[in-house]
Design a protein around this ligand. Structure first.
Ligand code: PGA
Length: 258
C-alpha cells in the first residue's frame, strides 16, 4: 500500500515567527499518530526553528540543495548539511527552479543523485508548461524530465522508499487552475508506466506520485481518489493551517486506497 504523502511547500513566503506559528498550528490539529505522512517544507534558514516544533509526527523537507558534498561553492548547502538538520525530504526540479533559476535537466539529475545517495528522500518534480500542453507535448516533456531526473537514481533507492515523484503542471502552479482529476491521472499513469520500465512492476507500484498545482481542501479528495495519485504537494494552500489540515483530513478519509 502506498501511504499518502501530503507536503506543504512554503516557498519564500513566511518569516521565522510566521513559520514557527504555522508549524505549531499544524501540529496542534494533526491526529497523533497521523495515518498519512505529512511534511512541511520551509525555507532553508527556518528549518532549524521549524524542526523544534514539529516533533516526529511531521517530516521536515527542504526546497533546494546543491549536489556537491563540500567545498568552495559559496551560498550553497549540501545534502549532508540538510541531513544534520533533520531533513527527510528534498525537492529537486521544482518548476520555479527550472524556469526562474535556470536549472537544467542535467543539474536536476545531479541533485537527485546526491539526495538519494546520501539517504534522504527525493521529491522529483516534473511538469509541462501551458504551451507544451497545448502542443500535445506533455508526455514528451514529462518523459524527458523523468529520464534525466532519474538517470542516476538506482533501483535500490526507489525500492527503499526514498523516491517520490511530484507531477506539477506549470500552468496549474499558483494560478488557481487545477488539472482535473482525470487530466492528472492520465499523466500519473504515464509516469507509473515509465517507473515500471525503469524499476520493474513491483518497485514502481510502491513509488508515490504526488500531484501539485493549486491543490486545496476543496479539490483534495477528488484528486486523491485517482488510482495513481498518492499525495499532494501544496504551495499556496499550505500557508493556511486550516486549509492544510483540511487537505490532510481528506487524505486520511481516502486512505487506504490501494
Ligand atoms: P500551488 O504550488 O499549490 O501554489 O499551486 C504548488 C507547488 O509549487 O508546489
Amino acid at each position: 500500500m502506498r501511504k499518502y504523502l501530503i507536503a506543504g511547500n512554503w516557498k519564500m513566503n513566511l518569516d521565522r515567527a510566521e513559520s514557527v506559528d504555522l508549524a505549531t498550528q499544524i501540529i496542534a490539529k494533526l491526529p497523533s499518530p497521523c495515518p498519512v505522512e505529512v511534511s512541511v517544507i520551509p525555507t532553508l534558514v527556518h528549518l532549524e526553528a521549524v524542526k523544534h516544533v514539529i516533533g516526529s509526527n511531521v517530516q521536515l523537507g527542504a526546497q533546494n540543495v546543491y549536489f556537491e558534498k563540500k567545498g568552495a561553492f559559496t551560498g550553497e548547502v549540501s545534502v549532508g548539511m540538510l541531513r544534520d538538520m533533520g531533513v527527510k525530504y528534498v525537492l529537486a526540479g521544482h518548476s520555479e527552479r527550472r524556469h526562474i533559476l535556470g536549472e537544467t535537466d542535467e543539474i536536476v539529475g545531479k541533485k537527485a543523485h546526491a539526495i538519494v545517495t546520501e539517504g534522504l528522500g527525493l521529491i522529483l518534480c516534473v511538469g509541462e508548461t501551458l504551451e507544451q500542453r497545448q502542443h500535445f507535448k506533455t508526455v514528451e516533456v514529462v518523459g524527458r524530465q523523468l529520464d534525466a531526473g532519474l538517470a542516476h537514481v538506482a533501483a535500490a533507492s526507489a525500492e527503499s522508499g526514498h523516491l517520490v515523484i511530484a507531477y506539477e503542471p506549470v500552468w496549474a502552479i499558483g494560478t488557481g487552475l487545477t488539472a482535473t482529476p482525470a487530466q492528472a491521472q492520465e499523466v500519473h499513469a504515464f509516469i507509473r508506466t515509465k517507473l515500471v520500465e525503469k524499476y520493474g512492476q513491483e518497485t514502481a507500484q510502491n513509488i508515490r506520485i504526488q500531484y501539485g498545482g493549486s491543490a486545496k481542501k476543496a479539490n483534495a479528495a477528488d484528486l486523491l481518489a485517482q488510482v495513481d495519485i498518492d499525495g499532494l504537494l501544496i504551495g499556496g494552500a499550505s500557508l493556511m493551517a486550516d486549509e492544510f489540515i483540511g487537505i490532510v483530513q481528506a487524505a486520511i478519509a481516502g486512505q487506504p486506497k490501494h
